[in-house]
Structure formats: C-alpha cells, structure tokens
Design a protein around this ligand. Structure first.
Ligand code: MG
Length: 393
C-alpha cells in the first residue's frame, strides 16, 4: 500500500471569452493536477490552486521524492512529514498549494483502497445534497452601461436554472459597484445574493459598499479588504451588519488562527486545493467551529476541488446547530472553464442548483485520461527510485 509514483499534469485551456474581476482579466485557465499511485495500482487524484508550473516544481523537485514509499493511507503522517520538511522556508505560499494537491490525492486514494467515499472517511455525510450558489458575473470588456445589463441578464439566467443563491463581483469602481448591487437586488428580489471584491477596497470604500449591501439584503461581503490587514475587518464589522467572509488567500490552521483571532469575520473560506488540503481543511473547520463560525470552502478550479468541497459541506456541522438548519452553500463557479466541464467522465452532479454528494469511492469524480491529452501542457513523474523524468513537454 506504499506510494510507488507521483505524477503531475499541468492542464491549460484558452478561453473563448476572456473575463475579469477587480484585479485583472483571465484569457486562459491553468491547473496542476496531482496523481498518486500505490504499489497495488490504486490511483488518487488531487488538484492545486495557484500558478501551475511553479507548484509543479514544488511537487516534482521537493515533496514527491520525500514521500515515495510511505503508506498511501497515512494522510496525517504524510502531511506532517511534508510540513516539517519545508517548515523553515515555506510555511505558506505556493508550496502549500503543492501539499494541498498531494493531500487531496491521498484522500481520493484512501477512499478507493477502503471502498468508501471521502464523506464517509471524514465522518459521514449529514446530507445527500448541498445547495449551490452560482459564482459568476465577472466583467467583460464592455462600456459600463452595457456591462451592467449583461451581468444582470447572466444572474437572471442562473435563477432560471434553479439557483437560489449567487455571488457577484464588485471592486471595479465604487460608483459602478453601487449601481450593480442595486440592479441585481431589483432584478432578483428573493434570491440570496453575495458580493466579492477580491480585496479591492480600502476601509472607507469597504464601509460605504458594506452599507449598500446591508440596504439591499446581501448575505455576505467577500474579501472586502486586503488579507494583509486582518485588523481592519473588525473596524469594518463595527460599521456594517453584512456578514464578512474571507480566507481564500489564507492557509493552514496557523494562518486561520491569526485571521480569526483578529476578529470581524463571520464566514471562513479556505480553499481545499490551497489551504493545506482536506487534512488541514478539517482542522481549519474545527478552528472556525470553536469560534462559532462556519467554513464554506472557496472553489475555483476543476471537478476534484469541487468534489472535495461537496464532501466537506456534505459532512458539515452547521454553527450553531438547530432543527431547521441555516444552509451552507457550495461555491459553484459558472465561468467558462473546459477544464471543469470537459476533462472528466464522472462529474459532481448539480441538479436544480443542488450538488449531489458523491457516493463512489474516494472523491467520486473521474478524469477522462483521453481528454487529458487534449489539455495537458506538461507532465512529470517521480517514481520509486526517486528518479525524476520529464515525460512530456
Ligand atoms: Mg472570492
């Protein structure tokens, strides 16, 4: 049951319609997938959130040779082995994204070895489906009046598909943001709406936008401020009622401990492909729970991270518990992404705005290895003998 081989697959696709948010525009999507193979041939897959070719080096050159030969079931032992090996120079950052992908692949493999879903392995699904919120409404290169209409039209289309909740982008500029927040609420009076600035605002701007979100009954204000200044979240929270969500730029229980301790946050959004994987995500969720907070994973990528987050929410204990529970919504990215929509032969099923918690072994999604060839840019393999070779360019 020992790890025989670790492969990485850097996949990429060009987008037909580039889209933007408060920081920049995307014209392609890149993801690093990790494949961990046991001696008996069982294979687990994971994915990493962040710059694929940089993370690829972290896995190929650093982590993979160190964990070859370890028991593929030993997720906790392997995590701490990797952590201690890079502790002095990589307590956070892209190397942690590499650890996250390996950890996710190990959980997938463990489920396949034991013939159990990841939900079962992490404590059992409390529900068989989780409601999704549609992430979209990214910017297009259009005049603002045309753009605003297009974004509202996109949001209405998600409501028509059955989504009860969705998240818009803000942070373009305060004037446009205010118009968009109001227009969305007017078009969708009963939909649960949230807004994400991707840390675009300073404190006075964030206070202004938070008040507009309050007035329009938005469920949360995501990344209103820079992750570099966690002390500002409390100042924002003192001035506004809207829930403050953040955490997609943060990693490990240690990082989240500092973030939560600084105060002001109501929703924790660790990304399982970046925060340290499923193993660390469970610890972050416990930390959030101990502080009376819920964790809803950030999801941006392909089916593996979506499946991991679905298992995570399928097993979530809602803080505080009650008979008619407050729903925790799964982030379901609706932007153009062939790596999410075309690369897998078994996907997370989303029906009428709800994701079915996969019941197959492991993460319960399956890569189409034929399709993989269409998207792959580079692959590496680190095998038993710790000899690293490039197998494709
Ligand atoms: Mg976000």
């Amino acid at each position: 049951m020992n790890i025989k081989c670790i492969r990485t697959h850097h996949v990429r696709c060009q987008l037909d319609n580039p889209f933007g948010f408060s920081q920049w525009f995307y014209d392609q999507r890149n993801v690093l997938l990790v494949e961990v193979v046991a001696e008996n041939g069982v294979t687990g897959w994971g994915e990493c959130y962040g710059p694929a070719s940089v993370i690829e080096a972290a896995i190929e050159k650093f982590y993979a040779p160190k964990i070859l030969g370890m028991n593929i079931l030993s997720t906790e032992t392997i995590w701490h082995h990797m952590w201690r090996a890079s502790l002095d120079f990589a307590r956070s950052g892209v190397m942690m994204a590499g650890m996250s992908g390996i950890d996710m692949a190990l959980w997938d493999a463990k489920g396949k070895v034991l013939n159990q879903s990841v939900s079962q392995l992490i404590g059992g699904a409390a529900r068989d489906k989780v409601p999704c919120y549609a992430t979209g409404m990214y910017y297009l290169d259009l005049p603002e009046d045309v753009l605003l209409d297009k974004l509202v039209e996109e949001a209405v289309s998600y409501a028509e598909q059955g989504f009860k909740a969705m998240k818009i982008k803000v942070g373009k500029n305060v004037e446009f943001d205010e118009k968009l927040i109001v227009a969305m609420r007017k078009a969708l009076p009963t939909t649960i709406l949230a807004a994400d600035s991707n840390h675009a605002y300073d404190l006075p701007e964030a206070i202004k936008i938070a008040k507009i979100l309050d007035e329009n009954d938005y469920a949360w204000f995501e990344e209103p401020l820079s992750p570099e200044h966690p002390e500002l979240f409390t100042k924002l929270h003192e001035k506004a009622n809207v829930a403050i969500a953040t955490g997609e730029c943060e990693q490990t229980r240690y990082g989240f401990q500092r973030l939560i301790a600084a105060g002001g946050i109501q929703l924790v959004q660790a990304d399982l492909a970046y925060c340290g994987g499923i193993s660390e995500g469970l610890k972050i969720r416990s930390l959030a729970s101990a502080n009376g907070l819920n964790m809803i994973p950030h999801v941006w990528g392909t089916q593996l991270n979506l499946a991991a987050a679905t298992h995570f929410l399928g097993t979530a204990y809602n803080e505080p518990g009650r008979a008619e529970e407050k729903k925790l919504f799964l982030e379901y990215d609706r932007t153009e992404n062939p790596l999410r929509d075309e690369l897998y032969k078994v996907n997370v099923q989303v029906i009428d705005g709800e994701a079915i918690v996969p019941t197959g072994p492991g993460l319960g999604v399956e890569i189409d290895t034929t399709k993989l060839k269409d998207f792959v840019v580079n692959q590496t393999e680190t095998n038993w003998a710790a000899s690293v070779k490039q197998i494709a360019q």
